[in-house]
Design a protein around this ligand. Structure first.
Ligand code: SAM
Ligand code: DTB
Ligand code: SF4
Length: 322
């Protein structure tokens, strides 16, 4: 007889231990899914999924060395570099995203941190996106306290800044900025009153312990990030991780379920990597509590399933996009 790990009803905790998280992960799959669905249904309509569209507003030539990233200047990849987009191009893309049914528009830039003169232009983009009736999200790298305040004043809804992996494994992946640097930017975002979008990447060769460590770091933030993107590594030719092993789809689904249990009220986003997932795997992720996706045929530089495919999948599963 297996022992069920029962999360306390309505409990929002920030003091999870590795042992507790590992116990959640290693339950029989059916028990884990049942627990995750219970939590999910206490806080969300299980048939609704939030859709965000991504646009790369500045592409490539990034000084950082993130081993997964095709936009680092250090790796020879097929990414076409592009300087900061003009405002008009952003407005056109935002209108199209809205027509396609997205509720949030996320703009990403391949920067270590934005310069103040670039931030001026990005602020105009945030204002324009909001004028189109969309929620705004940015991911620009590290921010100072003052820059974060300016973004809040401009009306920015969300800022994405990922922890990517456990503190231990992180050092194998990135050398040009520390885990603490990331926590500092996240603190600025939280203190400014901007919603936090913070998650990680699976399939980079990390161990189960590292996935436990990532989940612990995410879940022990108080309050929890409002949005938790769980990415499956997109293996891009030319990056150090181009030949990473295939990632076990069941372990991926387990990770979504654990995130759902640990952060009951957060939107858990099934993020990069969907192009390589079957519809059945994505359906399992939604059953495990994922309730957000990136929608549109491109992520930042890599392909994503097209809107037609996603709408057919939502239709098939009876999911309503919100
Ligand atoms: N340059 C900024 C930064 O890194 O803070 C913002 C953009 S960066 C591309 C945003 C996030 O995309 C990264 O933190 C990482 O989690 C994710 N990402 C980048 N390349 C990826 C890949 N090949 N597969 C999965 N996720 C990836
Ligand atoms: C996140 O967690 N995933 C998105 C978003 N935040 C910015 C980025 C995924 C990028 C995948 C690789 C690419 O398209 O360049
Ligand atoms: Fe630069 Fe962001 Fe890519 Fe890292 S993930 S190399 S910081 S664009």
């Amino acid at each position: 007889m297996t022992q069920l790990v029962e999360p306390k009803l309505e409990s929002i905790r920030h003091d999870w231990s590795d042992q507790e998280i590992e116990a959640l992960f290693s339950q029989p799959f059916a028990d884990l899914m049942f627990a995750a669905q219970n939590v999910h249904r206490q806080h969300f309509d299980p048939n609704e999924v939030q859709v965000s569209t991504l646009l790369s507003i500045k592409t490539g030539k990034c000084s950082e060395d993130c081993a997964y990233c095709p936009q680092s200047v250090r790796y020879d990849t097929a990414v076409e570099d592009e300087s900061l987009l003009e405002l008009d191009a952003v407005i056109t893309a935002a209108r199209q995203a809205k027509l396609n049914g997205a509720s949030r528009f996320c703009m990403g830039a391949a920067w270590r941190r934005p310069k103040d003169k670039d931030l001026d232009k990005v602020i105009d983009m945030v204002i324009a996106v909001k004028d189109e009736g969309l929620e705004s999200c940015l991911t620009l790298g590290m921010l100072t306290e003052q820059q974060t305040q300016r973004l809040k004043e401009a009306g920015l809804d969300y800022y994405n800044h990922n922890l990517d992996s456990s503190p231990e494994y992180y050092q194998e992946i990135i050398s040009t900025r520390t885990y603490d640097d990331r926590l500092e930017t996240l603190a600025h975002v939280r203190n400014a009153g901007i919603n936090v979008c913070c998650g990680g990447i699976l399939g980079m060769g990390e161990s189960r312990n590292d996935r436990v460590g990532l989940m612990r770091e995410l879940a022990n933030q108080a309050p929890h990030p409002e949005s938790v993107p769980i990415n499956m590594l997109v293996r891009v030719e030319g990056t150090p991780l181009e030949a990473a092993d295939d990632f076990d789809p069941i372990e991926f689904v387990r990770c979504i379920a654990v995130a759902r249990i640990l952060m009951p009220k957060s939107h858990v986003r099934l993020s990069a990597g969907r192009e390589e997932m079957t519809d059945e795997m994505q359906a399992l992720c939604f059953l495990a509590g994922a309730n957000s996706i990136f929608y549109g045929e491109k992520l930042l530089t890599t392909p994503n399933p097209g809107p037609n495919h996603d709408m057919a999948l939502f239709d098939n599963l009876g999911i309503k996009s919100v």
